[in-house]
Design a protein around this ligand. Structure first.
Ligand code: ARG
Length: 569
């Protein structure tokens, strides 16, 4: 498809004394009506040319020429405004859709590059809490977005499956396993055992010693301890998978922390060789004051054991070698910002090629705030994600039932709406902001919500179904599409790929979510003012084709966020 910014660049570049990238970065879309489509601010040139923006813009206006796609140029108060040949743009978008269908919007800019996304990563034998929900949802969306751009993407669930707590859990299990219904309700029951053994450890030094010994045995691969540890892992995953199934999450690798046990000595060796390890209160640490980080990164505790950061460093080594990654992205809560700053800094001393250091990216997010009431966290009682998701599905079901009692497959629809609402809400704001989890808001069909978009999509489909004739691209009379509301839609459709690219560049799926709301809204105004099934057959065909593209982009866009679309609702 035609690249408008490049077209404008071509018009400008021989007349402007700055590099092409700067020109491109300064060309922006105009959002107001009737002022043109794109603008280039000339004040970026004033310093170099020592002239006022107005003068530059007026002079440029006289020396540059329009072309096929840019049909008019205006100089207004130091800005050059460009007007697009509307019919040509509509044709471009329609032909591109005809060619690509549900691949419309995709790209191959990622070809040959591997992106790792480390996301979800819950801790086994502990509840899958709402922070892990955010990581799962944001990471999952990034996964899909990168894939759609042609990258090779590897989703890694870096399970928290290692640590001294497993020595305790093994002890507790040995003592009391037949008192608990572990098979049926593994995480709750294992948590209870863990709390109980912890209490016992506080009273009884001997028990604590046994726990420590269990952990040591586990590290030495003692068969019985390994067997129990495997069991905890399997049972936890079985429970996590219920949540993953609801959210539609998939992973390519489940290499968790334990996977790196035998890969940590090398990290220590390299850091030692590079003289980066110093002693601090018995521990071995890397001092990071030169990098402006006050807290040193502990690599080995005083008792010789490794920590979370050591395993992350081993993982970076492993991932660089195994995947030759272009980017290695970590999606976690913002409470881990310092951790990743430290780890990325220490990684510079692992003798890796610089590209692997540049490819490290932490994608932090804010907390989830639950409304007061039955869902709020009571003391010592963590809200389970699975319950929240089911709550949303039930709510959705009630709402849909009220609207459409006769609807078939109501359970399936309620699931798509209920889960979609949770996902969309999670992805609707800049991720660093705290998220408000308010079911009523999320399921408001008139709000900036998932069901709003799903509903528009279903409406579009029902019109297309009613028409019951497949419109071919060569039947389209473009002169029937010359109204402003149509053009608004087409401009958005044109921006689909760029929106996805920007979402990945900033690791912000909300850019796509908001785009989809804009598109649904643009469709809604179009629909309120235009009869799609017009009596004029050419108008009807052209409009059907248009709304078919809208429906497709809504669906593909929502799928990229991880949301399923109902056919009816
Ligand atoms: N298990 C960790 C937690 O629950 C998140 C792990 C994130 N990934 C990583 N490579 N450190 O906080």
């Amino acid at each position: 498809m035609i690249n408008i910014k490049n077209e404008i660049l071509n018009i400008l570049k021989n007349n402007i004394a700055i590099d092409e990238e700067t020109i491109l970065n300064n060309i922006t879309e105009i959002k107001e009506k009737n002022k043109g489509d794109y603008t280039f601010p000339c004040f970026v040139l004033s310093k170099i040319l020592k002239k006022s923006p107005n003068q530059i813009s007026d002079e440029l206006k006289n020396s540059i020429k329009t072309n096929e796609i840019i049909e008019k140029i205006e100089s207004v108060n130091g800005y050059l405004n460009f007007y697009i040949n509307k019919e040509l743009l509509i044709k471009e978008v329609f032909n591109e859709f005809d060619k690509l269908k549900d691949k419309y919007g995709s790209s191959n800019i990622g070809e040959g590059k591997t992106i790792l996304i480390d996301y979800s990563s819950p801790n086994i034998a502990k509840p899958f809490h709402i922070g892990h929900m955010r990581s799962t949802i944001i990471g999952g969306a990034l996964y899909n977005l990168y894939k759609f751009l042609g990258y090779n993407v590897v989703g890694i669930n870096h399970l928290g499956d290692y640590g001294t707590q497993f020595g305790k859990l093994i002890e507790g299990y040995k003592l009391w396993h037949d008192e608990y219904n572990i098979e049926e309700n593994p995480i709750d029951e294992l948590t209870k055992i863990y709390v109980r053994i912890n209490n016992l450890c506080e009273e009884d030094e001997e028990v604590l010693e046994r726990c420590r010994n269990n952990f040591k045995l586990l590290e030495e691969k003692d068969p019985y301890c390994v067997e129990l540890w495997n069991k905890f892992k399997e049972l936890s995953l079985k429970e996590f998978n219920r949540t993953y199934d609801l959210l539609g999450s998939k992973f390519d690798s489940l290499n968790g922390e334990a996977f790196y046990i035998d890969k940590m000595p090398e990290v220590i060796q390299i850091l030692e060789k590079n003289n980066k390890l110093t002693e601090s209160e018995g521990a071995r640490v890397v001092d990071l004051t030169d990098a402006g980080i006050d807290t040193p990164c502990i690599i080995q505790k005083s008792n010789g054991s490794s920590i979370y950061a050591t395993r992350d460093l081993a993982a970076i080594l492993y991932r660089a070698r195994t995947y030759d990654y272009y980017k290695n992205i970590y999606v976690t809560g913002s409470d881990q910002i310092l951790h990743f700053k430290q780890v990325f800094e220490v990684a510079k001393y692992l003798d890796l090629d610089e590209k692997y250091i540049n490819g490290l990216e932490h994608v932090p997010f804010g907390m989830v705030r639950l409304p007061e009431g039955k869902l709020s966290t009571r003391k010592g009682n963590i809200v389970k994600l699975e319950d929240l998701l089911n709550d949303s599905i039930n709510h959705a079901k009630e709402i849909i039932k009220e609207k459409r009692e006769e609807l078939e497959n109501i359970d399936e629809v309620a699931q798509k709406v209920g889960i979609g609402a949770v996902i969309f809400n999670d992805l609707y704001n800049s991720r660093i902001k705290d998220e408000v989890f308010d079911l009523k808001e999320m399921l408001n069909f008139q709000g900036e919500t998932c069901p709003y978009i799903q509903y528009m999509y279903v409406r579009i489909n029902s019109i297309i179904e009613k028409y019951d004739k497949k419109v071919l691209i060569n039947e389209i009379d473009y002169s029937k599409l010359n109204d402003e509301l149509t053009y608004n839609i087409v401009k958005l459709l044109y921006n689909f790929t760029d929106t996805i690219i920007l979402s990945t560049k900033k690791s912000e799926p909300y850019i796509l979510s908001r785009y989809l709301i804009d598109l649904a809204r643009a469709y809604s105004s179009f629909y309120s003012n235009n009869k799609v099934l017009s009596d004029d057959i050419d108008e009807r065909n052209a409009r059907i084709y248009l709304i078919n593209i809208v429906g497709n982009v809504l669906k593909v866009g929502m799928n990229l966020l991880g949301i399923q679309m109902p056919n009816k609702m």
